[in-house]
Design a protein around this ligand. Structure first.
Ligand code: C2E
Ligand code: MG
Ligand code: MG
Ligand code: MG
Length: 284
């Protein structure tokens, strides 16, 4: 609406809307420098295997705490970065932080894979494959330790756009794996399941939150787990906040969980400490 309003671009907006626009503008202005000076970081949230209870992977989630802007959440930051043409730089930065971390964990014998969220726009830029290969080389991170998360919408679009599919396949051939994020919360189109190289599905927190108290949701989750397994996919549930949900997911045969119940997103050093404890308990 603001765009079409020619004359009174800002004045036609309500006060809270004006503040949002102003904040978005500040985020956009400060983002390039923040990417340069390391202010943009990643937290890591553990994924636990349900049969062993061990941490097998960690999702990298972008974090930015700015002196003036305060905490810039991913839900504010990602859309601004996309609109400002900065999502490729932001995405590459987070992948580099994550790959460096994965390489360091590997060197310490704490092998876990890292998972990074990607936007379809990063692939539209055309140089994603080269960029990722360069990052892996620079950080000495083996491709097998990197997983990329794509949304259903992304997969749907990739299915239709050969240029994007081609890049996914190249990365997959390199040994990078793919996870379908927020599965079951986008629009249902499953054609991409045949063509997009996916190894894992992540059930979105929207489902998990009301599981297992809501019987219908329980059946949907059970069905999605079976659906995933029937395609040979690894199934992760996100947003697991409570023990009862954890137990119900175990009953449904879900492979792994990620949520506040088993670990919040945390600084890398904190996860490193947990991984060291875990490594020690293996030797006992
Ligand atoms: P996502 O990939 O689905 O990540 C999971 C989100 O759920 C994270 O929010 C995480 O903090 C939150 N979460 C984890 N456990 C629980 C739980 O038990 N309960 C609830 N209610 N929430 C939980 P976050 O960090 O705010 O990230 C939001 C979204 O922003 C992510 O959703 C992802 O789509 C996007 N995002 C984050 N980092 C990046 C990035 O580097 N690049 C891109 N393109 N997107 C990113
Ligand atoms: Mg994700
Ligand atoms: Mg998700
Ligand atoms: Mg989400």
């Amino acid at each position: 609406r603001a765009m079409r309003d020619g004359g009174g671009l800002i004045t036609s907006l309500s006060k809270p809307e004006q503040r949002t626009v102003a904040r978005r503008l500040r985020i956009e202005q400060k983002l390039p420098a923040a990417l340069e000076d390391g202010a943009i970081q990643a937290f890591f949230q553990p994924q636990l295997d349900m049969t062993t209870g061990r941490i097998i992977a960690a999702e990298a989630l972008v974090r930015w705490e700015d002196r003036d802007l305060g905490n810039v959440t991913p839900s504010e930051l990602i859309p601004v970065a996309e609109d400002a043409g900065l999502i490729s730089a932001l995405g590459a930065h987070v992948i580099e932080v994550a790959a460096r971390q994965a390489a360091s964990w590997k060197q310490e014998g704490l092998g876990v894979t890292v998972s990074c969220n990607t936007s379809v726009r990063e692939f539209r830029a055309g140089d994603m494959v080269t960029k990722i290969r360069d990052i892996l080389e620079r950080t000495s991170c083996p491709p097998s330790l990197l997983e990329l998360e794509i949304t259903e919408k992304f997969a749907f679009e990739a299915e239709a756009e050969g240029e994007i599919m081609h890049q996914l396949k190249l990365l997959h051939d390199d040994g990078i794996s793919f996870a379908l994020d927020d599965f079951g919360t986008g629009y249902a189109s499953f054609r991409y399941m045949q063509t997009v190289p996916i190894q894992k599905i992540k059930l979105g927190e929207e489902f998990i939150a009301s599981f297992p108290t809501n019987d219908k949701v329980g059946r949907i989750v059970d069905g999605l787990v079976r659906f995933g397994h029937s395609l040979g996919l690894f199934v992760v549930a996100e947003g697991v906040e409570h023990e009862e949900v954890y137990k119900a997911l175990a009953d449904s045969g879900c492979d792994a969980v990620q949520g506040y119940h088993t670990g919040r997103p945390m600084p890398a050093e904190q996860l490193t400490a947990l991984l060291r404890e875990q490594a020690l308990s293996k030797n006992n």
